[in-house]
Design a protein around this ligand. Structure first.
Ligand code: GAL
Length: 969
């Protein structure tokens, strides 16, 4: 996407003004309302579609989109980093969920500032030049708490995702807040990147048509003009036709599913459905990785399950079956920081095994996505194809599927194993039939490709190839190539085409000319034969490194063919400038390119000293890299060297102090300020096991740990207490009687025996219970599963009918946030959290100096704190994290706060996450940082804290600049 045309918009406005004057106000400048009441902006730009593809201003686009969740990256300058990385890989769009809960701690209260500033997010997208698919729910799923529903919504009576009046009032409130911000950034108005808007999310079961209709009506009334989409997953309702249907229905698909513990086990291919004949095949979520649960195998395994081989086979299958709109979920996953995670599916990291890691490093999956993404953006005929017969490969174990563009005959064939999961290496010849093509009327067919004797097409296990034939490659006529096209463009006075294949495999490329062209092999080994009868120039080679061939047709435009291995191809970057495309070879990342006269300004990242080669218009004579001049030589391409980052070292973490808390467990603790928990009724569909209702949400405590204290006058026969707690998966709760530790349990019911004489007869006794709320479930099926109660759900003394009178205390202020900047998910109800121990600064009287590892047999919670200084080079991106090392049989868990932000939940005996990336911006790259760790000793025996260290994941010299996130102390 070029920057959205302002000049043109001004022109349209000018014409409108003139018309308004001439026609006596027949055309007004203000937004108008259509017959359905929807606001219609002056049609500065259009987003339309037909059977084949999406169209912007009437031009077909291949939608190649990457999913991103800003709320999983609480450092706005890093939004730019991620979006630039998407753009650099050839994604022309990003799909974004907006998380209602993240913005609304309380009914009627909304926050769109600081790390919640979506206005800034959409502005960055616009500046980067990437379109946006907006997905504000109201329900989003996304492995986040309540699937994006705010905590306060869990106490509603009406079923969520239905027309229930209380739910209706609530979601209208959310839409009325979020929609106007999105509406200000629509492509249609010429003011922004938003091209599509999704209504609801995978709404297929227990559906309510009136609800869908009302959503659409509300969103239009809020000023959204772009087409509506929906992502079908399962169930009967696809919202493709009939009441409540959307403009662009699509199908989500996760063919590998989510079991990362068997990363080499592949499932077969699934072909995406076409829901309507007048709309293209669209996958709003195609698998880009997988989530990993508490105790799971870890994200490296997920990255293998959905690795470059998977991308090759499955994404190309989508291309082979005519899909022209693909969004990949996730392309950058991020961090479910604070209590954002949905406990049934994920822990803190939402790395997702994506193309870009949680710490923002690029992976080999990124390279493959880029090779394909570049193709989708460079080879325009791909946006309009019909299936055609492909012919048979000579090897029966491989399959060929073909499509052709009905206008220009360009043919796309995808070659893969008949059994897509096969790991065998096959060789084959394939027919390529261009007789139906309209290339200058030439009807040619090649019954057996490759033609060069002794060569063949090789297809390794779990590989697929997309072969383009009969294509106007710039000014050349490509008959076919057994190498794949990554990109091509007119650069200066010649075409440049980048083709690639697996290292060591044969490649054959045939170009058609009226007369023999001159051929110069500039580097590598390339054979060439001219077939005068056919007018075919055939090039044969083995993919090794990078070969270069210059073909100069008589009187025509020359073409520089770059014949690369996959790896070499990935070292190329393309950026489109006002002076045409620029190809850059070498750096780790090319973020931007701008041409001004003879000067080319490049920005990007390097991880080491790197060679630079620039393919640009002949007028370009000088190059800068991140603002500094690069000494270049050569006048064909410009070559030079780029510096790498300086080595940085991170400090060791020392100077620890420790302080025990959990005074709530002591009998004399003053709990009179706590909320009395005496409700006898609840809206919750789950009835409490005993009275009163103790559900934390019913008392306004939605996130994190919750304390309960029950007083009772013992009758003498008390032998114990049976408690039932809803913690969510992998959660825990601990119990004390009169300050004596009774033990801990996981989610569910447990009886805690009282030691003899622990309950004092006739006197006031106090039960103290600390319950972890791991988060609320999702509401995937629209059956209110997010309302599963959290906190205590039942309590009964054994051997006594003495009544228990309860008080509850969760996060300070409940729904009234004391710290709106860090927001509702940052803290829960631990004593230290309520008293600001997680924050930087603060007195440390009462803290004791200690070293790590440290063993501790005190049950309950203790805090560890230290500070460290960083002084990282301003022009380097050094992703850092905090790593825990300990014996995993020890039963404790920890909350990790960096500068007051809770960026990790570490469970020593569950895992799998041991290393927690801390986003720059939260981490002060030049200054003092405070680390605070709240450790919950679960068994009163194996507590304490293991080794804690800073870990450096990468080091890059960069143009990226990250400001510190403004944070109250
Ligand atoms: C889809 C859903 C997404 C996410 C994904 C799995 O069903 O729409 O929000 O949950 O599955 O990661």
């Amino acid at each position: 996407m070029r920057s959205l045309p302002r000049v043109r918009r001004r022109f349209v406005l000018l014409v409108a003004v003139v018309l308004a004057v001439v026609c006596g106000g027949a055309v007004t400048l203000a937004a108008r309302r259509g017959p359905d009441g929807a606001r219609r902006a002056h049609a500065a730009h259009t987003v339309t579609y037909d059977h084949y593809s999406l169209k912007l201003d009437g031009n077909r686009v291949y939608l190649w989109s990457a999913e991103f969740h800003y709320w999983r990256l609480p450092s706005p300058d890093l939004w730019r980093d991620v979006l630039e990385k998407f753009k650099a890989a050839g994604y022309n769009a990003t799909s974004i969920y907006f998380d209602w809960a993240y913005h609304s701690p309380k009914q009627g209260v909304y926050d769109f500032t600081g790390v919640r500033d979506i206005e800034r997010l959409l502005t960055i997208a616009q500046q980067v030049g990437i379109y946006v698919i907006a997905r504000p729910g109201p329900y989003i799923n996304a492995e986040t708490d309540s699937g994006g529903f705010p905590g306060w919504l869990t106490t509603q009576k009406g079923r969520a995702r239905s027309s229930a009046p209380d739910y209706t009032q609530a979601y209208r409130e959310w839409l009325r807040h979020v929609d106007p911000i999105i509406a200000k950034h629509q492509y249609t108005d010429g003011t922004g990147p938003v091209i599509l808007y999704q209504i609801e999310n995978e709404y297929g079961t227990h559906t309510d048509k009136a609800y869908m209709k009302d959503l659409k009506k509300q969103v239009r009334a809020d000023g959204i003009d772009v087409p509506f989409t929906h992502n079908h997953c399962c169930g009967a309702s696809k919202w493709a036709t009939g009441g409540g249907s959307v403009d662009l229905p699509g199908q989500d698909s996760y063919p590998q599913k989510f079991n990362c513990s068997t990363p080499d086990r592949w499932n077969g291919l699934a072909t995406l459905p076409r829901f309507r004949d007048d709309a293209p095949i669209f996958t709003p979520e195609f698998q880009g990785g997988a989530y990993d649960p508490w105790g799971g195998p870890g994200y490296d395994k997920c990255r293998t399950l959905t690795g470059p081989d998977f991308e090759k086979v499955f994404y190309k299958h989508n291309l082979a079956t005519g899909v022209t709109m693909q969004n990949f979920y996730m392309t950058y996953g991020g961090t479910s920081w604070g209590w954002l995670a949905d406990p049934s599916h994920v822990y803190t990291s939402y790395d997702y095994g994506s193309a870009i890691k949680e710490d923002r490093e690029l992976t080999p999956k990124y390279d493959e996505a880029k090779r394909l993404g570049y193709l989708t953006q460079a080879v325009a005929p791909l946006t309009k194809t019909d299936p055609v017969s492909a012919g048979k490969p000579t090897n029966a174990d491989v399959t060929l599927t073909a499509r052709a563009n009905p206008d220009d005959g360009t043919r796309f064939s995808v070659l893969r194993h008949r059994d897509a999961t096969s790991t065998t290496t096959e060789t084959t010849h394939v027919p390529i039939d261009l007789t139906a093509g309209r290339q200058g009327g030439a009807a040619v067919s090649y019954p057996s490709v490759p033609q060069e004797p002794g060569t063949k097409i090789k297809l390794a296990g779990r590989d697929a190839k997309l072969l383009v034939a009969g294509y106007h490659l710039g000014s050349q006529q490509l008959r076919y190539s057994t190498s794949e096209i990554m990109t091509h463009g007119r650069i200066g006075d010649r075409d440049v085409a980048l083709l690639y294949g697996r290292r060591g495999e044969d490649g054959e490329t045939v170009l058609h000319y009226d007369a023999a062209p001159s051929v110069t092999v500039l580097s590598g080994k390339v054979r060439h034969v001219w077939n005068a009868g056919r007018g075919d120039l055939r090039l044969n080679y083995t993919h090794q490194g990078l070969a270069r061939v210059l073909v100069t047709p008589r009187g025509g435009v020359p073409v520089l063919l770059l014949l690369a291995t996959d790896q070499e191809a990935a070292r190329f970057w393309r950026q489109d400038t006002a002076a045409g495309p620029v190809l850059v070879r070498g750096p780790e990342l090319l973020r931007s390119a701008a041409v001004q006269g003879p000067a080319l300004a490049l920005t990007g990242d390097t991880s080491a000293v790197t060679g630079l080669e620039v393919f640009a218009a002949t007028s370009v004579r000088t190059v800068t890299w991140n603002g500094a001049p690069v000494r270049t030589t050569g006048d064909d391409t410009l070559t030079g060297r780029l510096a790498g980052p300086r080595r940085v070292t991170v400090p060791a973490l020392t100077g620890w102090k420790v302080r025990a808390e959990s005074p709530e467990a002591r009998p004399g603790f003053d709990d009179h300020g706590w909320t009395v928990a005496n409700r006898t009724t609840t809206n919750n569909p789950t009835r409490p096991a005993t009275a009163p209702v103790l559900y934390a949400d019913d008392y306004g405590f939605h996130y994190g740990d919750v304390w309960y204290r029950a007083h009772f006058t013992a009758k003498g026969g008390e032998t114990g207490v049976t408690l039932t707690a809803g913690t969510g998966k992998a959660g825990v709760y601990s119990v004390w009687l009169n300050g004596k530790f009774l033990g801990s349990s996981g989610d569910g019911r447990h009886t805690f025996a009282f030691p003899a004489r622990a309950a004092a007869k006739g006197r006031d006794n106090v039960l103290s219970v600390l319950v972890e709320n791991m988060g609320h479930n999702e509401d995937f099926d629209a059956t209110d599963t997010h309302k599963e109660p959290r906190g205590l759900t039942g309590a009964k003394l054994r051997g006594s009918a003495a009544p228990l009178t309860w008080r509850i205390q969760g996060g300070e202020g409940g729904e009234e946030l004391p710290d709106p900047a860090r927001g509702p998910f940052n803290t829960g109800g631990l004593y230290g959290e309520r008293n600001g121990w997680h924050l930087p600064g603060g007195a440390d009287a009462g803290w004791t100096a200690t070293t790590l590892p440290r063993r501790d047999t005190r049950p309950g919670v203790s805090w560890y704190k230290t500070t460290f200084d960083l002084n990282l080079p301003k022009d380097q991106d050094v992703p850092l994290g905090v790593t825990f090392t300990d014996d995993h049989s020890r039963h404790y868990r920890a909350l990790l706060f960096v500068n007051g932000w809770q960026l990790g939940r570490y469970v020593n005996d569950v895992g799998p996450q041991r290393s927690f990336p801390i986003p720059p911006g939260i981490l002060r790259a030049n200054g003092r940082n405070t680390l605070a760790i709240a450790v919950w000793n679960e068994d009163g025996k194996t507590g304490g804290l293991g080794q804690v260290a800073l870990r450096q994941y990468a080091d890059l010299a960069t143009s990226l600049r990250v400001a510190d996130v403004t944070t109250p102390r």
